[in-house]
Design a protein around this ligand. Structure first.
Ligand SMILES: [Zn+2]
Ligand SMILES: [Zn+2]
Length: 102
């Protein structure tokens, strides 16, 4: 991991859960979620293309994996995106917030 990637991951994690912010739930300590698709090109990540440490969003444990159907991303990605916005939308908001904070 490069220094730039490490700095970006720290900045993203320190934002707190992006879904909690959007839902008006305030700041929640977050885990890093790597996107399934490159938000800039739409190419699926993970198979041939390694997930970039810049293509990440902060999610609290509940919204990441523990919250169950319709709440946790990893429980059911499509329902999560229907409820809270797509990965790409959330990622775009994370980029804006990191820039403001920098
Ligand atoms: Zn959350
Ligand atoms: Zn994840």
């Amino acid at each position: 991991m490069t220094t730039a990637e490490r700095k970006h991951l720290d900045a993203v994690a320190s934002l707190g859960c992006i879904v909690c912010h959007r839902e008006g739930l305030g700041h929640a300590p977050a885990e890093i979620h790597h996107l399934k698709r490159n938000p800039e090109t739409g190419v699926k990540l993970g198979m041939s293309q390694r997930a970039s440490h810049f293509h990440v969003i902060p999610l609290c444990p509940t919204h990441h994996r523990a919250g169950g159907f319709g709440v946790a991303y990893h429980a059911w990605p499509r329902q999560f995106e229907a409820n809270y916005g797509t990965e790409t939308e959330l990622w775009a908001e994370v980029q804006r917030r990191v820039e403001v904070a920098a």
